[in-house]
Design a binder for this molecule. Structure first.
Ligand SMILES: Cc1ncc(COP(=O)(O)O)c(C=O)c1O
Length: 419
């Protein structure tokens, strides 16, 4: 019988490629075996051996209220009792999309889907359908999920050994043009040459896969202007930043309105979810109103939607993001100076922690990140009961369940983990 993490992980690896249902979860970047988790409550998770960890991975983004929040548990339980899926319209969809559009005024109409990747793929379809153009501009180092034309080229493909991801269609990859984050000139060059073929520019306004990268002052505003100038749509992929950095995401913080937005993760507090939406005239291209087809059996299912509404209601309470901002400020102040190469880049609800001589501004800077140092550091923190994302280049999470003593414990573990 399996009892330890390594026994369970070996057994999982017999039946599931790499033992994981999403490659991020494997410990390839830090080495060793991941703990196999069985329970989460508030800011903590427990593995099959009964070891407790303070969770700063937060399921890679969704858990703004922490694990098993009573309001979400109640909403989910009621949904299971009333019927978890009907494949028909329900009143709860209205409540949920109204909560979304209240937080994201740029989303005049919304479609609910089941994951971030599904939201991104569907948004690209709307952009192409509405403009009649096929090509998409993306930024190197921005992650948009498992969406063929976006993850099959550039560094994501190169990491796996080739200019085109194995199994990807060359035709779909040829639709993608790649710009440099924080570099408006790179976008202008591409649009000058190709704007007649480009449907949209898609960007993570606050990227979470180059650790956490800050958009430089004026970059997002300048991008909005360039899209206007060349007649292409602007898509914000806020699957990660949405409801984390502010209730209304990066677009609320920077005051830049995209034409279309993709959401997911923190929208439904831990239920599988995605949403996309934007200008009414663009969203009216979606079937059955228009001819851009997108459908799904579980889209807008009551279980997700009722938990999602409970989550968004909680996040709409006064002071929620102020508290998160105070906690990330506390971490920033407390970690400063602990190590000359320690970089801590935080927004309310998410942070990047890595070792490099200076802060990352685009994918070129990732070369300077000391991945080897992070490996040892990661395992020293894990041994102290601190569970971070197992990659120094992925965003960590902070939830409302993390208390000040939790954060003090984290700071102390970091200090000890550095020595
Ligand atoms: C910015 C961004 N977009 C899209 C996705 C894909 O979301 P999902 O994993 O729910 O498909 C992710 C996931 O990490 C993401 O961070």
């Amino acid at each position: 019988m399996n009892t330890t993490n390594s026994e369970f992980f070996s057994a999982l690896s017999e039946r599931i490629p790499g033992g994981v249902n999403s490659p991020f979860r494997a410990f390839q970047a830090v080495g060793g075996h991941p703990p196999v988790l069985v329970r989460g409550r508030g800011s903590r998770v427990w593995d099959v051996e009964g070891t407790e960890y303070l969770d700063f991975c937060c399921a890679w983004g969704p858990l703004m209220l922490g694990h098993s929040h009573p309001e979400l548990v109640a909403a989910g339980r009621q949904a299971l009792e009333d019927g978890s899926v009907f494949g028909a319209s329900t009143p709860w969809e209205l409540e949920f999309v109204e909560a979304i559009t209240a937080a994201y005024p740029s989303m005049q109409k919304v479609r609910l889907v089941n994951s971030g990747a599904e939201a991104v793929a569907s948004t690209l379809r709307v952009a192409r359908g509405a403009t009649g153009k096929a090509r998409i501009v993306k930024f190197e180092g921005c992650y948009h999920g498992h969406v063929e034309c976006l993850d099959s080229v550039g560094i994501e493909a190169e990491e796996l050994g080739g200019p085109l991801a194995l199994g990807a269609s060359p035709g779909s990859a040829a639709e993608t043009l790649i710009a440099t984050f924080n570099d408006l000139a790179s976008v202008r060059t591409i649009l000058q040459a190709h704007h007649q073929e480009v449907a949209a520019v898609i960007i993570e306004p606050i990227p979470g896969s180059m650790a956490v990268t800050r958009p430089l002052p004026g970059f997002l505003e300048g991008l909005r202007c360039l899209c206007e100038e060349f007649g292409v749509l602007l898509i914000f992929d806020e699957v990660l930043s949405g409801c984390r950095v502010a209730r209304g995401g990066a677009q609320e913080i920077f005051g830049v309105q995209p034409d279309l937005t993709c959401l997911g993760k923190a929208l439904a507090g831990g239920m599988p979810v995605g949403a996309y939406g934007g200008r009414r005239d663009l969203m009216d291209h979606v079937a059955p109103l228009g001819k851009v087809y997108q459908a799904g059996t579980f889209c807008g299912n009551p279980l997700t939607v009722r938990c999602g509404t409970a989550n968004l209601k909680h996040l709409a309470q006064a002071g929620v993001y102020q508290r998160l901002a105070e906690e990330t400020d506390f971490l920033t102040r407390s970690l400063e100076g602990l190590h000359p190469n320690l970089r801590f880049v935080a927004y309310p609800g998410m942070f990047g922690l890595y070792f490099a001589p200076r802060e990352i501004t685009n994918h070129h800077d990732m070369e300077q990140v000391d991945l080897e140092f992070y490996r040892g550091f990661y395992h020293r923190l894990l041994a102290k009961g601190i569970y971070l994302p197992p990659s120094s280049l992925d965003a960590a999470g902070l939830s409302l369940a993390h208390s000040r003593p939790d954060l003090e414990r984290f700071v102390q573990a970091v200090a000890e983990g550095l020595s």
